[in-house]
Design a protein around this ligand. Structure first.
Ligand SMILES: C[S@@+](CC[C@H](N)C(=O)[O-])C[C@H]1O[C@@H](n2cnc3c(N)ncnc32)[C@H](O)[C@@H]1O
Length: 415
């Protein structure tokens, strides 16, 4: 995954530097396999590594987060005693104490997610040998990923109405689906959400009577959080999350930094039946029983720019949506910026992407550059946030390329 919150990286890097020989404890991991171990055995090696790394990251969150705070305390001792005294009176050390306490509280939520994942896959201590020598490059194996996932709750799982980040995107997708899909064919329509993160959009559209909604995510860590959201273990639980405590930068006051987010998981019984959570790489995804459907719609949100080879994504979307068998119509709805990662093999701007779509047999119904058409997202700027803290003195926003495109092979609806 391409991180949009690189500011966390510096904290994590400095934490790793300050770690000496101590390693986070895996002491609470069971010593023998659980009832669901076959599920783990049926995963690919990559998926197994993702699951184990996720559990290890979740269990180690407090260790790493408090280590960063310890380093702050240690740096503080470099001040003169007079400087320390003034800072203490200003509330600085009390703030660091509150951060430590908030990390404890986050860990208790994160522990529930780790416990769920351990039970879900029946893994035990010996399985962790698989990742013993794994390098830091494992996607879920870094604390900043846990921190980032905690931040995602404010984007995805606001109680009741959608967050200001997701609302304009939801409205765009909803309006495009209304136009593209004949309402009589909702049950004959399958929606595919690649790189769905914590999965709120997929959840919302699964309440709209479509035949099936696939929410596809390859990060083991994200999948642990998503799995927990729809589990019997999370049913009727409530969690208080402190998403903003991992940096001291750009706050006006401590209250702002200590804001909490109240999260109520969906629970097992309330998971829509047509919503399918897929833990895996989108580029290997095939729609189960595809011939059951007449319409396929791929919905990519803040996703395209995560590709190393964008053409792999384009081919996958084409293969999923191109009419064949009983599928008569294929669509692709996109909402996102184009902020590429460090290893992208091609870095298209929006105009180039439009031409590539055309060359690959897509016929655009609509394409909007929100900065030039801000009303399309209901604002004066055309910008939307992504994990943007609206109380921070530093805030990042994105212009989006919204487009809806259909396959040139699409059959028209019979009237
Ligand atoms: C920038 S995030 C956006 C998440 C979500 N769509 C949202 O808007 O909040 C991109 C997500 O895509 C996932 N991802 C990246 N490559 C993937 C792939 N090949 N298959 C499935 N998920 C992938 C990442 O793990 C990450 O969660």
């Amino acid at each position: 995954m391409v991180s949009r919150t690189s500011m966390f990286r510096s904290f994590v890097d400095s934490a790793s530097r300050s770690l000496k020989t101590k390693t986070p404890s895996l002491a609470s991991i069971p010593t023998s396999a659980g009832a669901n171990y076959a599920r783990f055995q049926n995963l690919s090696k990559d998926q197994q590594v993702e699951v184990l790394s996720a559990i290890k990251s979740l269990r180690s969150y407090k260790f790493h987060a408090q280590d960063v705070n310890e380093r702050r305390k240690s740096l503080f001792t470099h001040l003169t005693s007079k400087q320390q005294s003034i800072a203490k009176d200003a509330g600085y050390l009390q703030k660091l104490k509150l951060v430590d306490e908030a990390i404890e509280k986050n860990q208790s939520f994160v522990d529930d997610v780790a416990d769920f994942t351990i039970e879900e896959y029946g893994v035990s201590l010996k399985d962790f040998e698989l990742i013993e020598n794994a390098k830091n490059s494992i996607a879920s194996g870094n604390n900043f990923r846990v921190i980032e996932a905690l931040g995602h709750y404010t984007r995805d799982w606001t109680t009741g109405s959608l967050s200001p980040e997701l609302k304009p995107i939801f409205e765009y997708i909803a309006s495009q689906l209304e136009v593209a899909i004949n309402f009589k064919q909702k049950k004959d329509t399958v929606l595919v959400f690649p790189g769905s993160g914590l999965g709120r959009l997929a959840y919302e559209f699964s309440k709209w009577d479509y035949g099936a909604v696939y929410s596809i995510e390859n990060s083991g860590l994200m999948n642990s959080f998503v799995g927990y959201n729809y589990s019997k273990q999370s049913t009727s639980k409530q969690h208080t999350i402190y998403p903003y405590i991992h940096t001291n930068s750009d706050y006006y006051n401590t209250e702002s930094q200590m804001r909490t987010f109240e999260y109520e998981p969906i629970g097992e019984a309330s998971k829509p039946e047509n919503l399918h959570i897929v833990n895996g790489d989108f580029t290997t995804f095939k729609i189960p029983n595809r011939d059951k459907y007449k319409n396929v719609v791929v919905v990519s949100v803040f996703f395209l720019d995560t590709a190393e080879n964008l053409f792999n994504y384009l081919e996958t979307i084409e293969n999923l949506a191109k009419p064949s068998g009983n599928v008569e119509r294929g669509y692709w709805i996109n909402a996102g910026p184009l902020k590429y990662g460090s290893a992208a093999q091609v870095e298209f701007n929006a105009d180039e992407l439009t031409k590539a779509r055309k060359a690959l047999g897509w016929v655009d119904e609509q394409s909007v550059y929100t900065i030039w058409d801000p009303l399309s997202v209901g604002s004066q700027t055309g910008l939307v946030g992504y994990l943007t803290d609206k109380e921070s003195m530093w805030q990042g926003y994105y212009g989006l390329n919204l487009f809806t495109t259909s396959r040139k092979e699409n059959k028209s609806y019979k009237v």
